[in-house]
Design a protein around this ligand. Structure first.
Ligand SMILES: *[C@@H]1O[C@H](CO)[C@@H](O)[C@H](O)[C@H]1NC(C)=O
Ligand SMILES: *[C@@H]1O[C@H](CO)[C@@H](O)[C@H](O)[C@H]1NC(C)=O
Ligand SMILES: *[C@@H]1O[C@H](CO)[C@@H](O)[C@H](O)[C@H]1NC(C)=O
Length: 461
């Protein structure tokens, strides 16, 4: 087109741009594609990186989102706790257990601490309190003739007396029995007197049985070394030899999905041969499933024990800080660790997750140790808790952070400087690298997996 002058031409183009984009935005054509509501989708810094919805065609996405939302709601339902916010009223004469009262399902328990703390009043005035619950029944133990108790063994109980002392005596014998069997749920008690009202939770929990490991007398009865191998027998044999130099007795478990498995020789080695190319996490799971000690030490098949590789140093810290589940060391001086920045999703949008090289806090009392969310491939861990998270066998080749994503909020993880192991120098092994290197397709499958499984919309490693 012909413009009168340079300036006019610019004005014209800007005007055209505004008119057109307004039209398209209003008609909805541009909304999703050109401005993919970035502000909506990026509520915080952690919403960056791969946009996982891009893994899917538009027509399959709607269905997928529907299924994902349904599964997410079920997940939330299963995970629910006493998350409701309960506000305690001011100046209430009602005394009650604010939190922490726990009962077994279907079992009768006295509710501790119930009382009315109010000023004395005129003779013959009646004190009257009520209690009500939703998932159980209430009663007063050992009621005598003349006690004014209404609603025994029902979900609403009223107790009256002209004596506050007597009323409090009755309140000290109030019991709760849940009537709907569940292993992990809660009820709310509504406790009221005149216009005062208090609400408090009762946790209903089926007690679980402990699973303890006898630590025995030394590191051999406390720790199992586990690894997964694939087409790397040279490396594996060097690793085993190096372990035996320092730990001649300790049990070693090897999961092996090589194409043509070779025999491993040596005592106290359990060699599990899997179908070929089952993958990295499937192998970790298999090895872990066979551990019978309190802890296991994860090593890669191409590591090598050095003079200063001391499993005992890990055990010492784990024993001193029993809350810890995973303790990472360093490989050839590399103390790799990270934290995960995570924005939970809500019912309409998936969350965002970002890996960053930071620590949460130092681990008090241990120089060079930090609380983190993920560590290097060399760590000591509690067998029972890591088993409850597991290694997702969907992840076949390159996967490491993925385990720590699954463990987020479930395992307490730390990393320590100075707990070292060596790494063997890389050998040429074309066959191995052909399999190991993650194809583009597999990478995309992994992103799609995060989208559904982790209820994420964005991920950044
Ligand atoms: C608690 O119980 C009192 C007395 O029965 C009732 O007036 C009140 O509405 C109840 N409050 C709630 C939150 O259910
Ligand atoms: C490890 O210790 C052995 C025996 O104490 C010694 O011969 C060897 O040189 C040491 N190796 C290193 C790398 O320090
Ligand atoms: C869900 O989260 C997104 C992004 O933070 C927000 O825009 C949206 O309003 C939220 N929806 C609900 C139902 O809370």
């Amino acid at each position: 087109m012909k413009c009168m002058s340079y300036i006019q031409c610019i004005f014209f183009l800007i005007l055209l741009g505004i008119v057109l984009s307004t039209y398209f935005l209003q008609s909805g054509v541009l909304k999703r594609k050109i401005v993919p509501s970035l502000t909506e989708l990026q509520p915080t810094e952690s919403c960056q990186g791969a946009e996982l919805t891009k893994q899917f065609e538009t027509d399959e996405l709607d269905d997928l989102l529907e299924r994902r939302t349904k599964e997410f709601k079920q997940h939330q339902f299963r995970r629910k706790t006493n998350a409701d916010i309960i506000i305690a009223p001011g100046n209430s004469p009602l005394q009650y257990p604010i939190t922490g009262f726990k009962v077994a399902p279907l079992k009768k328990s006295i509710i501790p601490g119930l009382a009315l703390q109010t000023q004395g009043r005129g003779k013959n005035e009646v004190y009257k309190v009520s209690l009500s619950v939703k998932k159980g029944v209430l009663s007063v133990e050992d009621v005598l003739d003349g006690d004014q108790v209404e609603g025994q063994s029902q979900n609403e109980l009223t107790i009256s007396s002209t004596s506050r002392t007597h009323l409090n005596d009755l309140l000290s014998r109030v019991t709760y029995t849940s009537t709907i069997y569940h292993i992990k749920t809660s009820d709310l008690v509504n406790f009221s007197f005149e216009d005062h009202e208090a609400i408090f939770p009762i946790m209903i929990r089926r007690p679980s049985v402990p699973f303890l490991y006898d630590p025995g007398k030394d590191v051999n009865s406390q720790v199992t070394i586990i690894t997964k191998t694939f087409l790397r027998y040279k490396e594996l044999n060097i690793l085993i030899e190096s372990i035996r130099k320092f730990y001649p007795q300790i049990k070693i478990i090897v999961a092996d999905d090589s194409l043509n498995p070779e025999r491993l020789s040596g005592n106290n080695i359990e060699h599990y041969v899997m179908p070929p190319t089952q993958g990295w996490f499937a192998g970790r799971n298999l090895a872990l499933s066979q551990v019978t000690t309190k802890y296991f030490l994860w090593v890669d098949d191409d590591f090598v024990f050095l003079n200063n590789t001391r499993i005992e140093s890990f055990v010492e810290i784990m024993e001193a800080v029993p809350d810890l589940d995973v303790l990472g060391g360093e490989v050839m001086g590399d103390q790799f660790y990270f934290i995960l920045e995570y924005d939970e999703g809500n019912e309409s949008d998936g969350g965002c997750l970002r890996r960053i090289k930071e620590v949460h806090q130092p681990l008090l009392g241990y120089d060079g140790c930090f609380l983190v969310d993920g560590v290097i491939n060399y760590f000591l861990a509690r067998t029972d808790t890591v088993r409850s998270v597991g290694f997702d066998p969907f992840l076949k080749r390159v996967a490491h952070t993925e385990f720590f994503i699954d463990a987020l909020g479930k395992l307490l993880v730390a990393s320590c400087k100075g707990l070292s192991i060596g790494h063997q120098t890389h050998r040429a092994n074309d066959k191995y690298y052909t399999y190991r290197n993650q194809g583009k397709l597999e990478e995309e499958e992994k992103l799609a997996h995060h989208f559904f499984k982790n209820y994420l919309n964005y991920i950044k490693y």
